[in-house]
Design a protein around this ligand. Structure first.
Ligand code: SAM
Length: 312
């Protein structure tokens, strides 16, 4: 009986974590396979095949956008077309106290993922609660951390952060974001390494963390060419992450963008790896909601374990 009490409880229904925008981001309109968004001072049009409906704003509103991403045949690749002068390489954006650079990347995104704001808010609450409990700052690990917004949100909330990404360039951009946010003095370790290799080493060392977030791509490469494949490699990595959780661990968040994954599947994986830890697992999708409407676009899937209690 004691054993069954220690199994995490999985929520019955999917949760949609909606991001409705903030001062520096909005989903202005969508439809016709595209979305019109605002990133600070720039309005941007990007392909979004799932927007099967018709835009609500008139065509001239869309053609006035500052930048349009024209996709090529290759996945996520393509090029930006600018309406007026070529914009600067970076421009400042913020989410609450966290500042970061927007960039027109060659992979159709703007150097951060706005729908992740729902995760940032949840992580912020978790870390603040753990930090307020007193003692040393909670240690958190952000794997596949890219430009570091989640790392900075957690650092500002009082965590000692380890940020890992395979790309030297991404880690350099993350450090620039830390500087822009005025968080250089916070305990953040910036590590350029293969996520799996790093985690394997941490398990051997007996390191532990109070919180872990991982947002692995479908396919990626470590700095020494190590191949990462979501469907083949996630089960082992999730198991290793579970071993890195301290006795007082508060959370483990899994996020994924792959088409054939689901929140329910991520929850099943977490439940298996966290058997014996109690707590609860919520799962679902992250969505962007139009600023003036009820329409939402599902962007990624998540499952998250928290040590706090079972469902009522
Ligand atoms: C989907 S992005 C993560 C987005 C990030 N969580 C965020 O919200 O900004 C994927 C990241 O994984 C990194 N990556 C790919 N393969 C990797 C590997 N084997 N080890 C570590 N990082 C890897 C890429 O460099 C990229 O920054």
């Amino acid at each position: 009986m004691a054993l069954s009490l220690a199994q995490p409880e999985i929520s019955e229904a999917a949760e949609v974590m909606r991001t409705t925008g903030w001062a520096d981001y909005a989903l202005i309109d969508s439809g016709g396979g595209r979305k019109l968004e605002r990133y600070g001072r720039y309005e941007v049009v990007r392909p979004e095949p799932q927007c099967l409906w018709t835009p609500r704003l008139p065509p001239e509103r869309w053609t006035a956008a500052d930048a349009v991403f024209d996709p090529s045949d290759e996945e996520d690749a393509g090029r930006w077309r600018f309406k007026g002068a070529i914009p600067p390489e970076t421009w400042p954006l913020g989410w609450g106290p966290i500042k970061f650079h927007g960039r027109f990347t060659a992979f159709r995104h703007l150097a951060f993922f706005p729908e992740q704001a729902a995760n940032w808010a949840w992580l912020q609450t978790q870390v603040q609660a753990a930090a307020q409990a007193g003692g040393d700052p909670p240690r958190v690990l952000n794997l596949f951390g890219y430009t570091g917004v989640a790392s900075l949100v957690m650092a500002a909330a009082g965590a000692a952060v380890t940020h890992v990404d395979a790309s030297k360039k991404a880690v350099a951009w993350a450090r620039q974001n830390a500087e822009l946010s005025g968080l250089n003095d916070r305990p953040v370790r910036w590590i350029t390494e293969d996520a799996r290799k790093y985690v394997q080493r941490e398990v051997r060392r007996g390191s532990t963390y109070e919180g872990i977030i991982l947002d692995p791509p479908k396919y990626g490469r470590g700095p020494d060419g190590q191949v990462w494949r979501l469907f083949e490699d996630l089960p082992e990595l999730a198991g290793l992450c579970a071993r890195l959780l301290s006795e007082n661990a508060k959370f483990l968040v899994l996020n994924a963008y792959a088409e054939r994954i689901s929140g329910a599947a991520l929850a099943g994986l977490l439940a298996e790896k966290l058997d014996g830890r109690g707590g609860r697992i919520e799962w679902g999708e992250l969505a962007l909601t139009e600023e003036r409407g009820d329409r939402a676009i599902g962007m990624s899937f998540f499952a998250r374990w928290s040590s706090e209690g079972r469902f009522a």
